[in-house]
Design a protein around this ligand. Structure first.
Ligand SMILES: Cc1ncc(COP(=O)(O)O)c(C=O)c1O
Length: 395
């Protein structure tokens, strides 16, 4: 372990020796290419012409009317692949290419990062393996199908709860044995250094654009910026644009699952304690012996017992606040928001919307809130149908 990549007491890289040269190679390449004019030209062209950046900042008028204050949505759901994940996979995929790597591996929870990696693997002609927990393979099968259509191999991981934590364990294990030619394209702002820094960097356009667009549309900065937090990449992407604006409240929303009074949730920053998981010192859901607790939450992308170390730091310093909403509130908001705005939000993103819904009538009407709509809900229709069948509701 070395002391690089620290966010206060959090972060670092607690990994097996065999991975240290690989992580250092990625770090060096990132430092070299992040300012390289050719790299930047290629990346910006991909962001614009392939992924669809900049994404709009949309005034959600009917939702705003219902909650009694002004809500803007940062429309990352409109990106190619249906989520913010493509910002990071284009960045890291291009980096892998500049480094001369020929193979990509990735973990995935909701399948959105796996899909975004499969897209980039196809685009760059790189062999791609996606590790995915068996539970998630079953509940996000539309994305599994899409990854396969794009030519990626999807490897179901049977161990543990069959969710994101287990997929990361397996991907790290595989990488340890194939480090020479394989680039591990990590999907969130967590894991060992340099991933939290790299992933944040490639997600920063969200915050940069949102800040500028809010100034143009509303004539001032927002009062609140909110985003869901799984590992923390979409949240750190949008928060990064406002970190130096102390008047802007930053609110991260975690998966409260069946409620914080149960153990069936994923509210790591709200209820966790500090430890080491997947190479970083951060907040975790663990028992008194340091064993990682099983998590459960309606949204596969938030179903993770750790969180990126920069969020741990933002919590400790008080710059950001972390809250949770539970599955039932998420489902309520999914239905009402879809029918008010004509947008099916990803269940992950719906956590941020559900928190805004809880603020209904509590904030002055001139309040401006931006919610990061990190993805679209097409992947979630089976889950929603399972919990709240349309036939039972509307017949
Ligand atoms: C649409 C969407 N939003 C959010 C997340 C959570 O990830 P992160 O916290 O890294 O943004 C996921 C993860 O799969 C996702 O698919």
């Amino acid at each position: 372990m070395k002391s690089k990549g620290r966010f206060g007491p959090f972060g670092g890289y607690y990994v097996p020796e065999v991975l240290i040269p690989a992580l250092e190679e990625i770090e060096a390449a990132f430092e070299q290419f992040r300012q390289d004019p050719n790299f930047l030209k290629d990346l910006n062209a991909l962001y614009t012409d392939y992924a669809g950046r900049p994404t709009p900042l949309y005034h959600a008028r009917r939702f705003s009317e219902a909650v009694g204050f002004i809500v803007y949505l940062k429309r990352e759901d409109l990106l190619h692949g249906g989520a913010h994940k493509i910002n990071n996979t284009l960045g890291q995929g291009l980096l892998a290419r500049y480094m001369g790597k020929t193979k990509l591996i990735a973990e995935t929870g909701a399948g959105q990062h796996g899909l975004a990696t499969a897209i980039v693997g196809a685009l760059f002609g790189m062999e791609t393996k996606i590790f995915m927990g068996a539970t998630d393979v079953a509940r996000q099968n539309v994305n599994v199908h899409k990854m396969k259509l794009l030519g990626a191999e999807v490897i179901p991981v049977e161990g543990g709860t069959g969710t994101l934590k287990d997929a990361i364990n397996e991907a790290l294990r595989y990488w340890t044995a194939h480090v020479e030619d394989t680039f591990y394209l990590f999907g969130t702002a967590g894991g060992p250094h340099p991933y939290p820094t790299i992933v944040r960097h490639f997600q920063e356009p969200i915050g940069r654009e949102a800040r500028q667009q809010c100034l143009e549309k509303a004539g001032r900065l927002p009062d609140i910026v909110t985003a869901c937090v799984g590992g923390g990449s979409n949240a750190i992407g949008i928060f990064s644009g406002f970190l130096n604006d102390p008047q802007v409240q930053l609110v991260g929303v975690e998966g409260g699952g069946k409620g914080l009074h149960t153990t069936q949730h994923c509210a790591t920053l709200c209820t966790g304690t500090v430890g080491v998981l997947h190479g970083a010192r951060t907040y975790l859901l663990q028992d008194e012996n340091g064993q990682i607790r099983d998590t459960e939450c309606i949204s596969a992308g938030l179903d993770y017992p750790g969180v990126g170390p920069e969020h741990a730091y933002l919590k400790e310093t008080g710059r950001a606040r972390y809250v949770s909403v539970c599955d039932e509130e998420v489902l309520d908001t999914f239905f009402l928001f879809s029918r008010m705005e004509g947008i099916l939000p990803a269940l992950e993103s719906t956590h941020a919307l559900a928190w805004l819904w809880q603020q209904k009538g509590l904030l002055p009407p001139e309040t401006i809130a931006i919610a990061n709509l990190s993805g679209r809900g097409d992947k979630d229709i089976d889950i929603v149908e399972h919990h709240r069948p349309l036939t039972a509701r509307f017949l």
